[in-house]
Design a protein around this ligand. Sequence first.
Ligand SMILES: [Zn+2]
Length: 96
Amino acid sequence: MEEARPYTTTRPCKGCGEPMIWAVTPAGSKIPLDAEPVSRTLAGLRPTLYRVEPADAMLGEDKTARAVPLPQDAPEGHLSHFVTCEKRDQFRKGRR
Ligand SMILES: [Zn+2]
């Protein structure tokens, strides 16, 4: 049943309640991505947009999806929730 899902499950952000997809970047860090993709126009030029690859494209038992950074000219993608979260200051204090 889980295999039929396009992504790993979304979870609400503890700060603002928006749905997020937890994913791992190629560098191996875990980041929360906004569940809804946005257009480059909406995101602006600066932030990195990501494509989400389902967990089963990765190593067997790890259920975390993979966040693949997109080129600057990609028309749309998922933003890191750290970029969009209105409560992001909370995380900066809470973690690290
Ligand atoms: Zn949030």
